[in-house]
Design a protein. Structure first.
Length: 616
């Protein structure tokens, strides 16, 4: 095993000269970046940092969208002995300053000049920051370097200087400080060594048969450890070509252009895909619907046989072959036509959605991990796949369920602690190496892990019943009329929910039914819309015990947003923020004397600086 990440990648570069490492869309066309260019840029960035005075262990922050420059800065900093500190490019200056100040970063790579200009007004808060390198554009200030001027600094250090720093690196050196997404408070810096990352990469190589023939579409933020380790380091380690999506909004178009064989994603993308597919089918002619659902039935039956390691009979095999040609090849075509499988993580994947894609012969291998576990440390894989679970522990990792149901993890991928927070480290990481995840789960006899919920998210009703809100939310999001949901009710007599409609579907329904509306506010407050949502909610909850059912809901005129601080960059709901932003609405669902059905719509018409809402 290579002792450091840059040494491992540079070894691969020498092995795969002449092959494509990365692809980026420029002027409307995807262009190839060969391994030789990757290698030369890693070394050039590393030498430039050395000439600027980077010492071993110095922190180097990177705040930019996915792209080759992110990779060059990341591996270049580590090649020069630095510790990389990723920052989500969607964060504001306040969050950036917190991370720069906490990590004591000396250097910062930035993509957007306006962020640099805003940061200049607060330099007194980050006195240790010596240089800001802009990937694009320029700003006239002594501390700011254009990319061209930064790269010119490379001549101030020799290749031998960089090779010396590379040779000094060990697996125990601090490779990166990754700040948690802050769903429950200020972000904390999780410390990772090169050994942490390389252990996870080696485990992935044992589990997934990927190689030079494969191509991955990258769109999740590289600042998130899941994409960084599994969609970047691992992919390069086995020779997979990485193509960068232009943005999350262009993923459907980029799938058609890149035609990837594999992609790392969060469940939100699959939920949207599923909703679009079902909407197209259900709005189509009767015969088309019969063909689709017949094909789906055959695909699900075959998938069940496959998971049970049984062969389908001749009749079922014939039905699956027909379904493939009549329906599933078209579905695969929308995804580029070459997808072998997806890997999902970051949040729970609904079982119905996983079953749907598996029936279409597009398996989604769901995994589980946290920032502190170097991303995915439990995963379903080809040959070890069980729907409704997040799989089994990767090689070298141990799982244990504590008496209160909390999942404990121990292994070489577990982080070394929180940066400058010894007390927080002791709370999360025991002396014997077991990490307390804060998640609740169950292990079946074969070692497959099922996640129940976040320990802190569990709802305990006034009647003492424990409710896992994410389970309910995933059920609601399978409905074609719903895009998002947050269930509420801790210490309350019953459950309520904030629901976000799928407005594309809802608007079409309103037009067909002759429901007049001017905007989304009209829609969410219309009695006929509230009635159809209530009937669908009741149907989804039919088999649930009474205490697990939501009694009331409020239909929102917009989704939970990153701008309002309501979701993380990977679209996980920040429940405390959403609850605060919509507290008046949540409280209102419990004010009526009668606890019968009393649903409503809520129109967001004004937002205060920190997300407080006014509406009607």
């Amino acid at each position: 095993m290579s002792e450091t990440l840059p040494r491992m990648i540079l070894e691969r570069a020498r092995l795969w000269k002449g092959r494509t490492a990365l692809r980026r869309k420029e002027e409307g066309i995807y262009r190839d970046i060969p391994w030789e260019t990757l290698e030369s840029n890693i070394r050039r960035y590393g030498r430039a940092l050395l000439s600027l005075g980077l010492e071993a262990g110095d922190r180097v922050a990177v705040m930019a969208p996915n792209g080759p420059e992110w990779v060059y800065a990341d591996l270049g900093a580590m090649a020069a002995g630095g510790t990389q500190v990723p920052v989500y490019h969607t964060e504001g200056v306040e969050e950036l300053i917190h991370i720069l100040r906490d990590s004591q970063s000396r250097f910062l790579f930035l993509h957007f000049p306006p962020i640099a200009e805003e940061l200049l007004e607060h330099l007194d808060q980050v006195p240790q920051l010596e240089s800001i390198v802009l990937f694009a554009g320029g700003v006239d200030h002594p501390k700011i370097l254009s990319l061209e001027n930064f790269l010119a600094k490379a001549d101030g250090a020799t290749e031998q200087d960089l090779d010396g720093r590379l040779a000094e690196g060990t697996s125990g050196d601090l490779a990166s400080i990754v700040y948690t997404s802050g769903t429950t408070g200020l972000p904390k810096g999780a410390m990772f060594t090169h050994g942490n990352f390389l252990a996870n990469i080696d485990a992935c190589r044992e589990l997934f048969d990927l190689g030079e023939q494969d191509e991955c579409l990258s769109f999740l933020p590289l600042s998130h450890v899941f994409e960084r380790v599994d969609g970047y380091y691992f992919m390069l380690s086995v020779g997979v070509t990485i193509a960068y999506a232009e943005s999350i909004d262009t993923v459907p178009a980029n799938l058609q252009e890149v035609k990837p064989t594999v992609m790392i994603s969060v469940p939100r993308l699959f939920e949207k895909m599923y909703a679009r597919i079902m909407e197209r089918v259900l709005s189509g002619p009767w015969l088309k619907k019969q063909i689709f659902f017949g094909a789906l039935k055959a695909g699900k039956a075959a998938a069940a046989k496959h998971l049970a390691r049984e062969k389908p009979g001749p009749m079922l095999q014939a039905a699956v072959t027909l379904a493939k040609h009549a329906v599933f090849e078209k579905l695969k075509g929308h995804l580029g036509g070459r997808v072998r499988f997806f890997i999902s993580g970051g949040a729970p994947l609904g079982k119905d959605i996983a079953e749907f894609f598996l029936a279409a012969d597009i398996p989604i291998y769901e995994g589980y991990g946290l920032t502190e576990t170097t991303a995915g440390i439990v995963v379903n894989t080809p040959g070890r796949h069980r729907l409704g679970t997040v799989g089994r522990a990767v090689p070298g990792t141990e799982l244990r369920i504590a008496e209160d149901g909390e999942i404990l993890i121990r292994g070489p991928g577990v982080f070394k602690g929180y940066w400058k927070q010894a007390e927080k480290t002791r709370e999360a990481l025991r002396e014997d190496g077991w990490f307390l995840t804060g998640d609740i789960g169950e292990l079946d006899p074969d070692g497959f892990l099922a996640i129940t919920d976040r320990k802190k998210d569990l709802i305990v009703t006034a009647g003492g019943k424990n409710i896992a809100p994410q389970n309910l939310e995933n059920i609601f999001k399978t409905d074609k009329f719903l895009a998002n949901a947050m269930v509420y009710g801790d210490r309350k007599p019953f459950l309520t929910a904030l629901l976000v409609p799928n407005f594309d579907t809802l608007e079409k329904y309103a037009q067909i039914k002759g429901i007049d509306f001017l905007n989304h506010c009209d829609l969410v407050n219309h009695p006929r819309i509230l009635d159809i949502i209530r009937r669908r909610i009741d149907r989804l909850q039919l088999e649930l015990p009474s205490y697990q059912k939501i009694k009331r809901f409020t239909l929102l005129s917009r989704d939970f947003s990153k701008e309002e601080g309501e979701v993380t960059p990977t679209l996980k709901i920040k429940r405390n923020v959403v609850s605060r932003n919509f507290q008046r609405i949540l409280d209102g669902m419990y004010l009526a004397k009668d606890h019968g059905i009393h649903d409503s719509g809520f129109c967001v018409v004004e937002s205060t600086e920190r997300g407080g809402k006014e509406g009607k």
